[in-house]
Design a protein. Structure first.
Length: 277
């Protein structure tokens, strides 16, 4: 069995494409389909597919080749993409400006880095902070001591919320209707023999996470990887993010994580909560 989480390029053919989402808005007179297509083209690029042809982007997004070509032409004119060989397009550094405004204006993202560095220095393990974005978690800060996963993780990386410790913390604290909607949309993929594979099992696990105040992922997303996460709450009590530590399963047991790492994470989450006030 291949235990590496699939790249977004490798989703099953039955998965909804951006074109499907755009088509679903066809009756809304205020919806700009052209803008949506342009954003979908940008989002088609990934660490696994840094360069893509018009045909590859069209296949991945479901957007017709002619529309993809126009989007790329416009993005190239604005300096967001380029194709040095005239065929394979890649994002240009200017694309960072689209996310910079968000990160610069988010108190948590600005304050998190020194706190994460302190956590990693104390534990000698990698630590991260993520928010919930749809059905995925989005990394907004990270302090890495070593690479523990077969995929690279950095600011801007995404992973499925239901199969990550930070994702489960964030899902567990959603209102019940939103949580159930996420579970209803969840793609149940057996990454390893430990992966929870039913909505009922995931629902029970989220209830446990909410009750105990933290989540542990024990080799569900990748063999040999364990992680533990706690919520970060705003002054009004609403959970806005999660902080975690990921480590090699062979070195630290779940019991040891709960005894030695969990208190450090809770201290860090409390410090970050004060900075949000």
């Amino acid at each position: 069995m291949n235990n590496t989480p699939p790249a977004s390029d490798d989703l099953p053919d039955a998965a909804a494409t951006p074109a499907d989402d755009i088509s679903a808005q066809a009756g809304d007179p205020n919806f700009m389909a052209s803008l949506a297509r342009g954003l979908a083209v940008i989002e088609a690029f990934s660490p696994q597919r840094r360069q893509m042809s018009i045909s590859q982007i069209s296949q991945k997004t479901g957007i017709p080749r002619a529309a993809v070509r126009r989007c790329l032409y416009t993005l190239a004119k604005l300096g967001f993409v380029s194709a040095e060989d005239g065929r394979n397009f890649a994002l240009r550094p200017r694309i960072l400006s689209l996310g910079h405004a968000y990160l610069a204006s988010t108190p948590l993202a600005k304050a998190a880095q020194p706190v994460l560095r302190d956590v990693s220095n104390r534990l000698h393990e990698s630590s991260s902070i993520a928010i919930l974005d749809g059905d995925e978690i989005l990394y907004i800060a990270r302090a890495s001591t070593s690479r523990i996963m077969t995929i690279d993780l950095d600011i801007g990386s995404r992973l499925p919320a239901v199969y990550t410790s930070m994702g489960r913390v964030l899902l567990a604290h959603l209102p019940e209707d939103e949580r159930e909607a996420c579970l209803g949309r969840a793609k149940l993929i057996q990454y390893t023999a430990h992966t929870l594979m039913t909505v009922e099992a995931l629902r029970a696990e989220l209830a446990r996470v909410r009750a105990q105040g933290y989540a542990v992922i024990d080799q569900e997303l990748e063999l040999g990887l364990r992680s533990i996460a706690v919520p970060i709450a705003a002054p009004d009590g609403k959970v806005v993010a999660a902080i975690n530590v990921g480590l090699q399963a062979a070195r630290v047991s779940v019991v040891e994580m709960e005894a030695h790492i969990l208190p450090v994470l809770r201290d860090a989450a409390a410090e970050l909560a004060l900075l949000l006030a």
